[in-house]
Design a protein around this ligand. Structure first.
Ligand SMILES: [Zn+2]
Length: 529
């Protein structure tokens, strides 16, 4: 939206202007500098974003101006004069402040700068907080005079400012408070940082493990309750929450979906409408503050992703929570709603049904039943998947792996033991030969006797050496074979397709038409390649 502006101006020379009034000054010097520092950080972050958005434009920071301990009701401030001078000397064409009240609290004079003086001097003015940019046609610009006028409304501004500071902390991946997830505790040396809490960590790992092994949320709750696993509130000694004394699917689910366990700091999921409102608004994920790798992870990426797949697939759970292989993956081709699987235990049958039809079909004329025998459908789908996969598999290589597999080779441990035996035998023979040689030197036996005895010893020695080399070949073969055995296991798993995780990783969606036709959409272009 700045494109018009940047077509004419290729270089931005900007001034960051900050101000701290006497009444806003904290008790310590440290607080003051922090506040000025924070204003600078907010402005600099904004400019960094601008630089990224407009890489062809040249940005230059002309000055960072600070009026410390001067009220906003007067424009008679030392550094503000510097700002005016720099602009009059055409050394700057942009001014940025954290909020409008930094520029001034006297609304008539501030309006003057905003609407007359800056435009007359071709200066772009940006206030980060109120989203004011004098070069952009935005609603904020039109309400700028109103914000200006109401700057006496401190409460609102203050609340916004606190929010902004928290936002800055969160952008740095610093913990700004709230409930710490189970498995972590605050670092005693750094209040913005997490450390592992061993007891909690074990429970989190257990919950992920249970989920990965296809246990439903209800089942996990049941297991945790039966095993008397302490609740997060008990571990964290959170007195406010002690009235909750049962594991719930909600608690378990929130643990399974918490990306903090990957080692990322995830904050800013909620906000309030304004400073007066108590109502909490849940934000879209795109607006969360996520900073990666801020603390030690408890769960690895692959496990986390697989658990999310399983959670998603089990979302539309029916009472009969038998985990059908294709549950959660089938959609109606006609109306795009999901297809449920209804089971009738008495008749030992289960059928598909379009959810949209099930809900409204009898009242309105929407969609059709899409009623098919589920198990037949599953067979059909699996056959189709296998066919699709074989298109991309190297069949020859596959067959080679399957046929060259020898069932009865000695196990590695036995071969190694045989090698060791032969080596011992060789050492023994070596020593015997040495002794016989000594006997010969001392004249105990004659040269002929020596040759006769050692001849057979040397023969045995050679025999043992050959044995070792044969064992070593055997060892290589067996190791290769074991590797093939693993490959075979994987191939068999793929061929039988009875692993739900495999299906979930493979298939995006299956569309079921009212004529019974199926269309499978894969997550990957070429399966198994
Ligand atoms: Zn439908």
């Amino acid at each position: 939206m700045y494109d018009n502006f940047f077509r004419f101006i290729k270089e931005i020379h900007y001034i960051i202007y900050t101000r701290l009034s006497k009444e806003e000054q904290g008790k310590s010097r440290e607080d003051q500098s922090r506040s000025i520092k924070n204003q600078i950080t907010v402005c600099q972050n904004y400019m960094e974003e601008e630089k990224r958005t407009y890489p062809n434009c040249i940005f230059k920071e002309v000055a960072i101006l600070k009026d410390d301990g001067v009220s906003g009701t007067t424009f008679n401030r030392e550094d503000f004069h510097k700002l005016v001078t720099l602009i009059e000397q055409k050394q700057a064409n942009m001014v940025i402040t954290k909020d409008l009240s930094r520029l001034g609290r006297d609304h008539i004079q501030t309006d003057d700068y905003l609407e007359k003086w800056f435009p007359e001097h071709n200066v772009r003015y940006v206030s980060v907080m109120e989203n004011i940019d004098t070069y952009v046609d935005s609603i904020s610009n039109e309400i700028a005079p109103i914000i200006n006028w109401s700057n006496e409304n401190f409460a609102r501004q203050t609340s916004k400012k606190i929010k902004k500071t928290f936002k800055e902390y969160r952008k740095d991946g610093k913990w700004t408070g709230g409930e710490i997830p189970l498995g972590y505790r605050k670092d005693p040396h750094d209040k913005y940082h997490f450390m592992i809490d061993e007891q909690g960590k074990e429970i989190v790992e257990r919950i992920f493990h249970l989920a990965l092994n296809h246990n439903s949320l209800d089942k996990i709750v049941k297991i945790l309750t039966e095993e008397n696993v302490p609740l997060p509130s008990a571990i964290k000694k959170n007195k406010r929450k002690l009235n909750i004394n049962m594991w719930s699917t909600k608690t378990v689910k929130s643990i399974l979906q918490n990306e903090m366990y990957l080692g990322h700091m995830v904050q800013g999921k909620t906000t309030r409408l304004n400073h007066k409102s108590k109502k909490i608004i849940y934000l879209e994920k795109a607006n969360w503050d996520i900073v990666k790798n801020t603390h030690e992870a408890i769960i690895d990426q692959e496990t986390f992703q697989n658990v999310q797949l399983l959670l998603k697939a089990n979302k539309n759970k029916t009472i009969h929570s038998y985990d059908y292989l294709l549950k959660g993956l089938i959609k109606c081709k006609e109306c795009k709603h999901s297809i449920s699987i209804q089971s009738y235990p008495k008749r030992k049958a289960c059928y598909t049904v379009c959810n949209y039809y099930r809900k409204y079909g009898s009242k309105k004329e929407v969609c059709t039943a899409h009623r098919f025998n589920y198990l037949e459908l599953e067979k059909l789908v699996l056959t189709q998947i296998k066919e699709d996969c074989f298109k991309y598999l190297d069949k020859d290589k596959l067959m080679e792996i399957l046929t060259n597999y020898q069932e009865h080779l000695p196990i590695i441990y036995d071969i190694k033991r045989n090698i060791e035996k032969s080596k011992q035998e060789i050492r023994k023979l070596d020593n015997q030969i040495k002794e016989i040689y000594n006997d010969k030197l001392e004249g105990i036996i004659t040269k002929e006797q020596y040759q006769n005895i050692t001849k057979s010893k040397y023969e045995t020695l050679e025999y043992e050496k050959k044995k070792i080399s044969r064992y070593q070949n055997q060892l290589k073969e067996t190791e290769k074979n074991n590797q093939k055995q693993n490959e075979k296991k994987i191939i068999q798993e793929v061929l039988s397709l009875n692993n739900k995780l495999l299906i979930l990783n493979l298939i995006d969606v299956i569309y079921l038409g009212q004529n019974g036709h199926i269309h499978i959409y894969y997550k990957i272009q070429k399966p198994y390649q």
